[in-house]
Write a protein that binds this ligand. Sequence first.
Ligand code: NAD
Length: 378
Amino acid sequence: MKILVTGGAGFIGSWLVESLLAAGHGVTVVDNLSPQIHGALPTPDVGWLQRPDSGVEFIRADVRDRDAMDQALAGVDAVVHLAAETGTGQSMYQISHYYDVNQQATASLFEAIVTRHRHVRRVILASSRSVYGEGAYRLHDQLLVPPSRALSRLEAGQFEPVGPNGEPLELVPTPESALALPASVYAATKLANETLGSVMASTYGLKVVALRFQNVYGERQSLRNPYTGILSIFSNRMRQGLPINIFEDGLESRDFVHVSDVARAIRLGLEADLPPFTVTNVGSGVPTPVLHVADLLRQQLGSTSELQVTGDYRAGDIRHCYADLTQARAVLGFAPEIGLEQGLQAFCDWVMTQPVLVDRSAQALKELTQAGLGKSSS
Ligand SMILES: NC(=O)c1ccc[n+]([C@@H]2O[C@H](COP(=O)([O-])OP(=O)(O)OC[C@H]3O[C@@H](n4cnc5c(N)ncnc54)[C@H](O)[C@@H]3O)[C@@H](O)[C@H]2O)c1
């Protein structure tokens, strides 16, 4: 196949492109080498970008550039659409920009495909577990997704979601059938793209696969972007011995999935025999408290940084969510292969080869709190 990967110079994209090339596919990449991800003078840590003989056609362009996208789509069989703005907190005040890059550009991509590039047969959308908002819980044998937490509750240190009458809830893995209740602008754009994809599939017979990634981590993740990626932010500070701001009470959890598993899931999404529209989770299926992952990271980096549980919080953050992988197994044949300790070790080994960067995460949190969207103790 000839495959267009938007955002292919990014973290997940770089792993995917490598694996597509190894499998003998032709690859075109469109990426604007966004300075927030790649720095002012972009030097992405991707060998094929520097090598003219890599077999990748690289087009440095914005996904909102119609002419560039028409050029990139020529002769393409499938598109993996990864390019996006990815900062949950940042999306809460850069609202129109997030809609423009994440949603309007996806609408333009679909329009280009169905009006001018009907040779494209399949589109993979990089969706996100954030579309659920909070993860799923059980209350009296019923599955429910609680509404996003009010800032007043977070301010009062009441972090755990509760039932409609204040009942305690039992956390369970979140299946695709759970109600989608986005808690951030970023998540709203991802859910809108899924809905658009399902209309494109039913109207035009295009195969659309939306993969709801959990928290992806691993080698080559941007260490520069202060708006997303807690393991990058923590590791950069830990290498400088700086204290680590653990939000809420540290018991909030995430499903950390290694990027090699995610790249494999995308390849399965490109190859599997699927119905016209498919939505599926991609994760490890394991919830890990943030305080625990920070402690593991600190040990593996040999850092002396203090883990400070501050009670800080951000609008748009969720408490817990981890993937139910039943459907991913059934439709994609996907199961994660890299456990957290093994993946973290590989991540830390790579981090130690990278330059230490000026930390900008405190500034990013300040932007949010100045907009009244969180609390910062620093
Ligand atoms: N990493 C995660 O934990 C995670 C979780 C859920 C969903 N996702 C989704 O997966 C996709 C890839 O994420 P990632 O972690 O590799 O992010 P990333 O930031 O490393 O990569 C995104 C790439 O897109 C490029 N890009 C950004 N805006 C662009 C634009 N307007 N035009 C062209 N290129 C542009 C950037 O330069 C970057 O190379 C995103 O859509 C993201 O929302 C990621």
